[in-house]
Write a protein that binds this ligand. Structure first.
Ligand SMILES: Cc1ncc(COP(=O)(O)OP(=O)(O)O)c(N)n1
Ligand SMILES: Cc1ncsc1CCOP(=O)(O)O
Ligand SMILES: [Mg+2]
Length: 264
């Protein structure tokens, strides 16, 4: 188990300062298509609804197709930011596709990378993309946190699945919100929670220490992605369990602000 008090926070965490991390949209091209929209249209609507982080995830696209998809998402995010006057960056992560990230960075596009435990090791990813882009790593227990922190160059952990999901074949059991709370306290980098999250349960993660909730199907397959994003974001910002007597004994002091500053 990592001890948060044992050493100073590793470099990486302060990189999230100024971002709006509460709602992290992860795209699924097939779901967007089935709902009658392009990925870029879905992203624009989700950003209007309050998504502050975006990840392009497509397990089937060929390399050139994925590059084009990522370009379309970066353009959609930039147009939406301009239109709404959003002055902070809305980072676009590429899931798994380190070579694509390198190509797009070389074109002058600002992209970031997310990898998992079975993907390219984070040391190699960081070498490939250079010091500037954000690097997310899937990590769902204390051992994976320790390894990711020791590797250096990681900025945030994606932790899940919180609940059962149809979107990905996940071998691990669902963690549940209480375990997310424990893991958020154990990690020395900011965590975002992923898996089975929607408007109906996002409030259970409010105050958990996660700086955001990652959502695929509840936005990509929604009839109205803008409204879905608004509802999930609002639910995550809610104080949970106010009607639950078990919480009435808890101290009323607000939690210390997270270093990333993105907690709603
Ligand atoms: C933010 C975030 N967290 C976790 C994941 C899952 O990544 P991974 O375990 O590599 O699985 P795939 O998404 O690649 O199937 C993620 N993509 N984003
Ligand atoms: C990519 C990924 N990693 C862990 S769960 C998951 C899928 C989450 O999708 P959904 O939000 O539809 O449950
Ligand atoms: Mg992966």
């Amino acid at each position: 188990m990592t001890d948060p008090a044992a050493a100073p926070a590793p470099p990486g965490a302060p990189r999230l300062l100024g971002l709006d991390t509460a709602l992290y949209l992860v795209t699924d091209s097939a779901m967007c298509r089935a709902a009658g929209r392009s990925v870029a249209q879905t992203v624009a609507l989700a950003v209007e609804g309050g998504a502050g982080l975006v990840q392009v995830r497509d397990k089937h696209a060929g390399e050139a197709e994925f590059d084009e998809l990522a370009r379309s998402v970066v353009a959609a995010v930039e147009q939406t930011r301009d239109r709404l006057g959003i002055d902070h960056e809305i980072p676009v992560f590429l899931d798994d596709r380190v070579a694509s990230a390198r190509r797009l960075l070389d074109e002058g596009l600002r992209v970031h990378v997310h990898v998992g435990q079975d993907d390219e090791p984070v040391e190699r990813v960081r070498t490939a993309i250079g010091p500037e882009p954000l690097l997310g790593l899937s990590a769902s227990n204390e051992q994976e946190f320790a390894a990711g922190e020791a590797a250096g160059g990681v900025n945030l952990f994606g932790v899940g699945p919180v609940w059962a999901t149809q979107t990905k074949d996940v071998a691990r059991a669902a963690l549940g919100p209480e375990r997310i709370r424990e893991l958020a306290a154990a990690a020395r980098l900011p965590i975002v929670a992923i898996g089975g999250i929607g408007a109906g349960n996002a409030a259970e993660l409010a105050g958990s220490g996660a700086i955001g909730v990652c959502v695929v199907s509840a936005i990509c397959a929604a009839p109205d992605p803008r409204a879905a994003a608004q509802r999930i974001r609002a639910a995550f910002a809610e104080t949970p369990h106010l009607d639950d007597p078990a919480h009435l004994d808890e101290p009323s002091d607000p939690p210390a602000p997270h270093p990333a500053g993105g907690t709603p």
